[in-house]
Ligand binder design. Structure first.
Ligand code: MN
Length: 412
């Protein structure tokens, strides 16, 4: 008879206000779910998924586990439709369970999203699940390296999750239980903070599963704790005298993985024919986290544009155009980024008529907070010109300024 010993730990981390991860560790069924969604909706999604999986699972086989995940997906979708406050929620799920495989014990494994299942066997750490994330796809396509993925700004973007679409593609594996094997289920809050070498070292060092889980959580917090951290550890303590010499490759009896969600240029038509639903659910799941990200980016860009527009257009200045006419511009002397000053009014006062004391200032551009203030500045210039020049020049200048300046002069 296959028996397990297990332990677990979960923590909010040092930045997040709530823990949206959920876990289950009961004899024969071990689950980690990492929920996402605004205002604690992620918490609802992850717990709902774990509860539904537990309800729908009866150890009859890996296919039962897969169907339980599909049901959990529908539950999350229906709940988010029924409750507007939960709209857009989703969750990852990774689970392992003792199942029957043709009359013998096996370990069934299912995964959707970027939580992980690792196996420590003979001191070596192996990642069993594939992440359904944008960066994992890019790594598999050879576009970025593992270490680039670990620090990639878009490493949160999922290509698959529960709660996005009515149907979901579930990856599954069937493993041989072997005494001494140690399994670790975890959310990305662990492996984004603690690299595989340190995870492996901890799994080798601490025999007690609870203690090892607590230590992993501690390490993740020590490295930043930027996300919720959840670990479930399962040791195979009895396997009814199975052949322990099987290597890792033959330990995996069956594997059904959906492959990469993002297919470049549709190079594999057979693959997409196998999974006709894939493109729809991918579009939706990408929209989910990407949507929030894009909205945030647009908001920031919008604010930046608004600020530049505001500083670039709200003020006026009195300057000189290329015909050496004193001119009122809207904007800043020299412009602000792409916003060039616009001519508001051209006067027929020429630079040579401007009193010498003000000439350099006008050439540089005299900033005024409003059009009226710019008018007053020009009126002032004209007054100075009148007191230091002939009447005819003044009259000529005044009458030939543009109508707005004339109006303003009259009104003032
Ligand atoms: Mn997470």
């Amino acid at each position: 008879m296959t028996t397990f010993r297990w332990g677990s730990a979960t923590d909010t981390g040092r930045i997040r206000r709530a823990n949206e991860d959920a876990l289950l560790a009961v004899d024969g069924l071990f689950v980690v779910a990492d929920g996402m969604g605004g205002h604690r909706a992620g918490e609802v999604a992850s717990h709902l998924a774990v509860e539904t999986l537990q309800d729908g699972f009866d150890q009859a086989g890996t296919d039962v586990l897969v169907r339980a995940v599909e049901r959990a997906n529908r539950e999350v979708v229906e709940r988010s439709i029924a409750d507007p406050e939960l709209a857009g929620m989703g969750t990852t799920i990774v689970a392992m369970a003792l199942v029957d495989a043709d009359g013998r014990d096996a370990i069934g494994v299912v995964n959707v999203g970027d939580s992980r299942l690792y196996l420590l066997s003979d001191g070596e750490l192996h990642q069993i699940t594939e992440d359904h994330s944008l960066v994992a796809t890019m790594v598999r396509q050879g576009r970025i390296t593992e270490s680039e993925a670990a620090v990639h700004p878009q490493r949160n973007i999922l290509t698959r999750a529960l709660g996005i679409d009515g149907s979901v593609l579930v990856d599954s594996w069937e493993m041989l239980p072997v005494v001494g094997d140690r399994y670790l289920l975890c959310s990305d809050g662990l492996f984004n903070e603690v690299d595989d070498a340190r995870i492996a070292a901890t799994l080798r060092r601490l025999a007690d599963p609870d203690e090892a889980c607590r230590e992993l959580v501690r390490l993740a917090n020590e490295s930043g704790g930027r996300d919720n951290i959840t670990c479930v550890m399962v040791d195979v303590v009895d396997d009814t005298g199975r052949d322990t010499s099987v290597d890792i490759a033959s330990r995996v009896r069956v594997a059904h993985t959906g492959g990469d969600a993002i297919v470049e240029g549709g190079t594999d038509p057979a693959k997409s024919a196998d999974h006709p639903r894939r493109s729809a659910s991918i579009g939706a799941s990408l929209t989910w986290r990407v949507g929030a990200f894009v909205a945030a980016v647009f908001a920031i860009i919008g604010l930046a544009f608004g600020f530049v527009w505001w500083t670039g257009t709200r003020t006026y200045y009195v300057g000189v155009d290329d015909q050496e006419n004193v001119t009122i511009y809207r904007g800043k002397p020299g412009g602000v980024l792409w916003i060039q000053p616009e001519v508001a009014e051209v006067t027929s006062v020429t630079l040579s008529e401007v009193p010498a004391a003000s000439r350099d200032a006008v050439i540089a551009g005299v900033e005024e907070p409003s059009l009226d203030a710019a008018h007053r500045y020009i009126d002032n210039l004209i007054e100075q010109m009148a007191s230091s020049s002939t009447t005819s020049t003044t009259t000529s200048s005044t009458t030939s300024t543009t109508s707005t300046v004339g109006t303003s002069t009259t009104a003032g």
